[in-house]
Ligand binder design. Structure first.
Ligand code: CAA
Length: 295
């Protein structure tokens, strides 16, 4: 059955080359997934060659790891490795028909990288953003063709989490949406179409959980008491381990965005920003005195 609002799948455009903007943790996970599931050339870019090279080495190491575990045969691992390339020259994105960004979660940064890449793309190419809580419409504000932009929000760990939120802005056209749905299916993920609202659906719920958990700790409730509160829900990870997984900086940013949009409904967490700055791991450091939190 088609999800509500899904366009005719015949409108989906073929994806023959994938461009990934960013070479951080999410971007490298995307590269691996696109390589394995779509088996098309994947090019990755970032600001400097050092970051690009580190990402390429990391992805190739993952491919070797999958081969060692018997999940990929040697020929496939070699072929996928050959389909992977890296560049600092956005002109190398010219023949990409699907471009996705996973750069720093800041509106200006995302607008800027798309403004740099779009002039090199064919008018048919689809542009996707992995933003978790910014407005997709605003991210597309500087695009010549905002109708080709969709939100395509993965969850961490990308290889395992089955869901993708596909975000339609008022400008997104049916071809872009249909292509996003097809790509999600080819990646063997479940796609849901969401409105372009802060946090979409999943992070709206998650921000409530994480914000309340941090607020309770900041109010003096011991970490372990808050951890115990997860038990009735059967969550696979407690809120603090989950924060470590998504990254405290990203977590703090998600809380800020929600607080900014709905100040009476969501907490921001100053402590989380401080803990992120101090590179604390909540799972490890909460056993002692977590730095930055005044108990
Ligand atoms: N990368 C790749 N694969 C991973 C992985 C990782 N980081 N972590 C675990 N896996 C794989 C394992 O290899 C294993 O695969 P196989 O069964 O094929 O061997 C499978 O996942 C299960 O792993 P484990 O048995 O080691 O561990 P587990 O049963 O404890 O599950 C988990 C691990 C899947 C991560 C689970 O703890 C979980 O679902 N946690 C919740 C994660 C979550 O909520 N993510 C959403 C975060 S929000 C977000 O990302 C959005 C945002 O915008 C902020």
């Amino acid at each position: 059955r088609r999800p509500a609002g899904a366009p005719d799948k015949e409108l989906a455009r073929p994806v023959t080359k994938v461009g990934i903007i960013g070479a951080g943790l999410m971007a490298t996970q995307f590269a691996l997934l696109f390589l394995r599931r779509l088996q098309v050339p994947v090019v990755i870019t970032d600001l400097d060659q050092g970051r690009v090279d580190a990402a390429l080495a990391g992805i190739r190491k993952e491919l070797a790891g999958l081969q060692e575990k018997g999940r990929l045969d040697g020929d496939t691992a070699n072929r996928l490795s050959g389909l992977l390339s890296g560049t600092v020259d956005k002109a190398d994105f010219a023949d990409c028909d699907w471009v996705i960004e996973a750069v720093f979660e800041e509106l200006g940064v995302k607008q800027q990288v798309f403004a740099e890449v779009e002039p090199h793309l064919s008018p048919e190419a689809i542009i996707a953003t992995n933003t978790s809580s910014l407005s997709v419409e605003q991210i597309g504000a500087r695009l010549a063709h905002p109708e080709r932009l969709v939100g395509f929000h993965f969850f961490n760990p990308v290889a395992v989490m089955p869901l993708i939120e596909v975000v339609r802005t008022p400008a997104t056209d049916d071809a872009a949406l249909a292509t996003a749905m097809r790509v999600a299916k080819d990646l063997r993920k479940t796609a849901v179409i969401t409105r372009d609202t802060p946090g979409f659906v999943v992070n709206r719920v998650l921000a409530k959980l994480l914000g309340e958990a941090m607020h309770a700790v900041e109010q003096g409730t011991p970490f372990e008491t808050v951890v115990a509160a997860q038990q009735p829900f059967g969550l696979p990870m407690d809120p603090f381990v989950l924060l470590d997984l998504v990254g405290l900086k990203v977590g703090a940013h998600v809380l800020d965005t929600h607080h900014g949009a709905f100040p009476d409904r969501f907490f921001e967490s100053k402590a989380l920003h401080e803990l992120a700055e101090a590179n604390v791991l909540l799972e490890k450091d909460r056993k002692g005195e977590a730095k930055g939190i005044d108990k």
